[in-house]
Design a protein around this ligand. Structure first.
Ligand code: ZN
Length: 511
């Protein structure tokens, strides 16, 4: 490599993606100066101060030359902090204080303190996933990823990326010079939490046999569901127990879920590793809080629920405009946020569960309390949910008022472990047949994987005509019938499976 020039690899962060960034440092003769190209002005000033102080306080010389640092490509969002270590190493290599060729095959991401200590950066897991992806494309020896101690355990969760943890700039330089003890390779192994860990148990739901059955179907096919019933009947209780019924996450699913959490201000949380998320934003949440946003876009609730459950209680109380933004991610499993000409994409494949009262006062259909709502009020209340949104809900589940005797004296329900075992068996059938959950089947896949008996087909077609279903509603009912057959370990959907599926589309009128 040419003297006076150094190239150091780093990564930016845009949504969940972490595209590579090259930090090129050039030293020239002339009046001493330190210019950074490719960052916003305020970021440049702060970065320059940290890098200069860290170099001096680590026992190196800050070259009294004309220093130009270029971050390429220029059009990526770049918070300055994550590039500090790469910039400092570039200055040291270009001035011959560390060997430039030792930078080959390595990527660096850490902020520097004035004393030269390494500080963690946001999204280290997402960056390590970027390194792994590019390692796979490039082949050959994998690039190693050098991070601050506090980021190491998170980054090292990604297989096939050697992660090296350091606590100071001096340590990194000693490692690159081949002096001292060298940096240890970080270990990302975490205790596996397994399916069902720490979730509330179905045992605590007494009675409600039909609603319990419907939640089991929702879990088995990862179907979206709307729970309808008066206040206090246990709609939220049922929803909160759903994540504990779902099959354990695969390693890839766990990584995706943890990577989204690592993008938030709070960062990576080891105690959440391998647990399906359960998010329940309040109905006053803004569209930005729900889907994500901000000048430097952060993930919203739907992305924090990725691979888990998004629960919207009191669904008609959400602003209609807020609910409409759910339609794109419900179809694609992703959300794109556009802001000031820049786009950021976040994953958002969540299981959508909602709950609502049957009417504004809540007591329509209640055996002992009178509903005071007029038909007009009820229609307006239910009309707040748009047809296209209701169309995207696979199961409508009635959660009726029970007698005091049923609620207080009934036997405890079956526990979550027993339900989870049936869900697991049904899910395994789906995986071996089609490689995805029934809810995700689309287009020609539905016909291929959902064979019906003649009687079952006649029954579904008659329901479609009688209940004025859209084609979308028909296919959703067919997929639910597929899951019901899977729970019975049946290859073909029979009339009984189809009839049960029809029941889950007729709780609300006109849906
Ligand atoms: Zn009412």
């Amino acid at each position: 490599m040419q003297a006076d020039l150094a190239v150091v690899r780093c990564r930016a962060l845009t949504g969940i993606d972490a595209p590579p960034v090259c930090v090129e440092t050039h030293l020239a003769n002339g009046l001493p100066a330190f210019n950074i190209v490719g960052l916003a002005d305020t970021e440049v000033r702060e970065s320059r101060e940290r890098v200069r102080a860290a170099i001096l306080n680590s026992g190196f010389e800050f070259p009294a030359r004309r220093i130009t640092v270029n971050l390429a490509p220029a059009d990526l969002p770049k918070e300055s902090g994550r590039f500090d270590l790469a910039i400092a190493l570039g200055v040291l290599a270009a001035s011959g204080q560390i060997p430039a060729d030792a930078l080959e095959g390595r990527e660096f991401a850490a902020e520097l303190s004035l004393s030269g200590a390494l500080r963690p950066v946001r999204g280290a897991l997402a960056m390590a996933m970027g390194t792994a992806r590019d390692n796979g494309k490039r082949g050959g020896r994998p690039h190693a990823f050098v991070v601050a101690e506090d980021n190491a355990r998170e980054a090292a969760l990604v297989p096939d990326v050697p992660v090296l943890a350091a606590s100071t700039l001096a340590q990194v330089c000693a490692h690159l010079c081949g002096t001292g003890a060298g940096l240890a390779r970080a270990i990302g192994a975490l205790p596996s939490t397994g399916a069902g860990a720490d979730y509330p148990d179905m045992r605590e739901v007494r009675g409600q046999a039909q609603a319990r059955r419907a939640i089991e179907i929702a879990a088995a096919g990862q179907h979206s569901a709307l729970l309808v019933g008066p206040p206090g009947t246990g709609k939220s209780m049922l929803a909160q127990r759903l994540p504990g019924l779902l099959p354990a996450m695969t390693l890839d699913e766990s990584l995706e879920s943890a990577a989204v959490l690592s993008l938030t201000g709070r960062g990576f949380d080891a105690s959440r590793w391998g647990r399906r998320p359960f998010r329940s934003p309040h109905h006053t949440a803004s569209a930005a809080a729900l889907v994500g946003g901000g000048g430097d876009p952060r993930p919203g609730e739907i992305s924090l629920a990725h691979r888990g459950v998004l629960f919207l209680d009191e669904l008609p109380e959400f602003e209609r405009r807020v609910l409409e933004v759910l339609r794109e991610p419900l179809e694609t499993g992703r959300i794109t946020i556009s802001r000031a000409g820049r786009q950021a994409e976040f994953p958002a494949r969540f299981q959508f569960i909602a709950a609502m009262n049957p009417c504004p006062c809540g007591y329509r259909g209640h055996p002992r309390r009178a509903c005071r709502c007029t038909p007009d009020q009820i229609q307006r209340y239910q009309g707040r949910l748009s047809g296209p949104l209701l169309d995207r809900i696979d199961l409508q589940i009635s959660v009726p008022t029970q007698t005091e005797h049923e609620t207080l004296d009934g036997p405890p329900g079956e526990d979550s472990a027993a339900v989870r075992e049936r869900v697991r068996a049904a899910y395994q059938l789906q995986m071996s047949r089609q490689g995805k959950g029934n809810a995700e089947l689309a287009g020609a896949e539905i016909e291929r994987h959902c064979p019906l008996t003649d009687e079952a087909q006649g029954l579904l077609r008659a329901a479609m005509a009688r209940l004025a279903w859209s084609a979308r509603a028909y296919f959703r009912a067919l997929k639910v019938a597929r899951t019901i057959a899977d729970l019975a370990q049946a290859e073909r959907i029979d009339a009984g499976h189809a009839a049960e599926a029809v029941q889950y589309r007729r709780v609300l009128p006109g849906a």
